[in-house]
Design a binder for this molecule. Sequence first.
Ligand SMILES: Cc1cc2nc3c(=O)[nH]c(=O)nc-3n(C[C@H](O)[C@H](O)[C@H](O)COP(=O)(O)OP(=O)(O)OC[C@H]3O[C@@H](n4cnc5c(N)ncnc54)[C@H](O)[C@@H]3O)c2cc1C
Length: 336
Amino acid sequence: MYQKKLPGDSPVSIIGAGIAGAWHALLFAQAGHAVTVHERSDASMGQSTSHWAGGMLAPWCEAEASEPVIPRLGTRSLDLWRQHFPRTPFRGSLVVAHARDRADFERFAKLTTNYRRVDAPGLGELEPALEGRFREGLFYPDEGHVEPRRVLPELHAAIAKAGGTIAFNSAAEADDLEGIVIDCRGIAARDAQSELRGVKGEMIVIETAEVDLSRPVRLIHPRFPLYVIPRGDGRFMLGATSIESEATFVSVRSALELLGAAYAVHPAFGEARIVELGSGLRPAFPDNLPRISIEQDHIAVNGLYRHGFLLAPALAELTLGYIARGVIDNEVMQCA
Ligand SMILES: Cc1cc2nc3c(=O)[nH]c(=O)nc-3n(C[C@H](O)[C@H](O)[C@H](O)COP(=O)(O)OP(=O)(O)OC[C@H]3O[C@@H](n4cnc5c(N)ncnc54)[C@H](O)[C@@H]3O)c2cc1C
C-alpha cells in the first residue's frame, strides 16, 4: 500500500539513543534530514536495554522461536550492518547440545535453515577449544555479532558524522518537540503504549585466558537459549535468561544456570573470573513482535523484544521508506 503523508525533508526528533533510536537517527541523517536525538542517559547508555544485550545477529537461529517476520527483517538488517559497518564480524554461529538434549537439538535443526551439520572433527576445526567436547553441531555460517558497548558509540559517532546531533542527559517529551517525532524509548514508552511489558534478560561477563572462541556458541537448553559470546581480550558474555518479570536483579538460579552452561561448553570456564552480572528489560508487545505505530507526525518504534540488534536497521529503513515515499509495511506498521 502506498500513501504519501509526510514531507520527506522535515526535521526529525528522535527520543532514545538505544539501538532502535540510533539506527533511525543514522539513516534519517544520511537521507538529509536535520536529526536531533534526545537521550536521558549519559554516553555510557547505562539506562538502555541495549547496554545489556548479547548483540547476536542471528536471523536463522532465531527462526526457531519466532514468526517469519523476524528472519525476513533480520536478513535485510544483516545487509545494512555490512553496508554501514563493514568491520562487523560475520563468522557464523554454532549450536551444540549434550547427549541428553539430543531431541531438542534435532527440533532446533528442523525449525531452522541455512546451516550445515558439523561432526566432532568439524567442530574442532571451527573452534579448536571445543575439540572432543560435543559429538556434532549446527553451523550457521552467515550469522554475525556485534558488541553493543562498542557498536553503540560507533553508531553515535556515525550519526554525528552524517550531520545529526545527539543530546545526552536530555530526557524529552514527544509533545514538546517540533517536526517528525520518532519515539524509540523502549520499555520507558509504556506511558504511551500500555501493552508494552518488560521481559527480564540476565547476563554474566566472565574472563579467562584458557578458552578461545571466535563466534557465539549456543547450548541447547530446554528452558531458554543459552549462549557464550566472545567479547575479545579473554572476555565472554553468558546469556541470556528470558523471564516474565520486571525485577532487575540477577537471581541465584539464573546465575547458576548461566555459569553452568559456560562450564558445560568448556570446563576451563570454571576457573574464569566473574567480571559483571546484570540484566535488562526487553521491551515486548503481547505477540513479541516489533511495531512501527504511526499517528500523523508522531511515529513510535518499539517491541524489539529479544531482537533489537537484529531488527533495528531494517525497521529504521522501513520508517524512512514511509516518510520518504509513503511505503507501508503491513506486517509491522500500524497507522492510526
Ligand atoms: C540480556 C539481553 C540479551 C540480548 N541479546 C540480544 C541479542 O543477542 N541480539 C539482539 O538483537 N537483541 C538482543 N537483546 C534485545 C535488545 O537488547 C533489545 O531488543 C533492544 O535493546 C531494545 O532497544 P530499544 O532501542 O528499543 O530500547 P533501549 O535500548 O532501552 O533504548 C531506549 C532508550 O531510550 C532512552 N529513553 C527512555 N525514555 C527517555 C526520555 N523520556 N527521553 C530521552 N531518552 C529516553 C533510554 O535511556 C534508552 O537509552 C537482548 C536483551 C537482553 C536484555
